[in-house]
Design a protein around this ligand. Structure first.
Ligand code: NAI
Length: 298
């Protein structure tokens, strides 16, 4: 089968000045996409910024490969920033086909010490950031009946992680966001999926000592690029990727306990059945739960 190319396609990769975003941007460009390398060049906690160093450096790397890219320093955290990033793609390359929402920051603290200054920026960059960029691209996607969105979730949201109530909430929020975009985009040829990566980057270096070679960002990139491709066969799904393992996360619903008019004690007495994962379903919209519900009540 032919290699998966991106000739004629234009991609935005947010937070692409380093780590995972840089790797995604390089691979998309290597395969023929023209890329907006967005990164405001801040520190891990989101402070600082305004440095064109990281984004410009990745543009240089892409050009050295013979690819085309522009650096963009706008912040994803505001609606104006999102609009400016998409405008940059249109100005430089005349279109937009792919948005990879990857920009991220960390402000970890145990929940009892979590203050608004630790919550708001994290929600703004991860969750609203994805909204801001995808929203600005959406008009173009609908008009051209084509678009790909890849959002970056995390196992800290899907499964939880100590000290990350802000980050986990934003990352699980991205799952809901992805699923709704998949539903709303379906009739316009737009597909939206999410990844939950595991990689050694500046963000995780302290948590993963010695794993730099095993968990290279480059091991996460192929599934991102596949989900961004025209041939992507799925929408509204979540893929875990790290160290060479690619797997699927999903939200399952157990068959449960059926007894209209049940009491609180019935819940206690049937709790094992409620929790039993045998025969779970994986729905692709809330209509799937309603269908299951009405079938069980027949
Ligand atoms: P990183 O810190 O190398 O990359 C994040 C990039 O986003 C940085 O270059 C930063 O300057 C940029 N950025 C931050 N705020 C921005 C803003 N407002 N506008 C534009 N750019 C901004 O870290 P890494 O690991 O590459 O993270 C990439 C994404 O993957 C993040 O969303 C992160 O939460 C997610 N992730 C990473 C995991 C890992 O194991 N490395 C695990 C799970 C999720």
């Amino acid at each position: 089968m032919a290699d998966l190319g991106f000739d004629g396609k234009v991609a935005i990769v947010t937070g692409a000045g380093g780590g995972l975003g840089r790797s995604h941007a390089l691979e998309l460009a290597r395969r023929g996409a023209r890329v907006v390398v967005n990164d405001l060049g801040g520190s891990i906690d989101g402070s600082g910024g305004g440095s064109d160093g990281p984004a410009a450096q990745v543009v240089k790397e892409i050009e050295a490969l013979g690819g085309e890219a522009v650096a963009n320093l706008d912040s994803v955290a505001s609606a104006e920033g999102g609009a400016a990033i998409v405008a940059n793609a249109i100005d430089a390359f005349g279109r937009i086909d792919i948005v990879v929402n990857n920009a991220g920051i960390l402000r970890d603290k145990a929940f009892h010490n979590m203050t608004p200054d630790l919550v708001d920026p994290v929600i703004d960059v991860h969750l609203k950031g994805a909204f801001n960029v995808a929203r600005a691209a959406w008009t173009h996607f609908r008009e051209q009946n084509y678009g790909r969105v890849v959002n970056t979730s995390s196992n800290s949201g899907l499964l939880g992680n100590f000290g990350q109530s802000n980050y986990g909430a934003a990352k699980m929020g991205l799952v809901g966001f992805t699923k709704v975009l998949a539903i709303e985009g379906a009739k316009y040829g737009i597909k939206a999926n999410a990844i939950a990566p595991v990689a050694f980057t500046r963000m995780t270096a302290d948590l993963m000592p010695g794993l730099e070679d095993k968990l290279k960002p480059e091991y996460v990139t192929p599934v991102v690029v596949f989900l961004a491709h025209e041939d992507c066969p799925v929408t509204g799904e979540i893929y875990s990727a790290g160290g060479g393992v690619v797997a699927r996360y999903f939200v399952g619903l157990t068959p449960g306990y059926v007894n209209p008019g049940h009491t609180v004690e019935d819940i206690r007495d049937n709790f094992d059945q409620i929790r039993d994962e045998t025969g779970y379903i994986v729905g692709s919209s809330n209509a799937d739960e309603l269908r299951k519900l009405f079938k069980q009540l027949k």
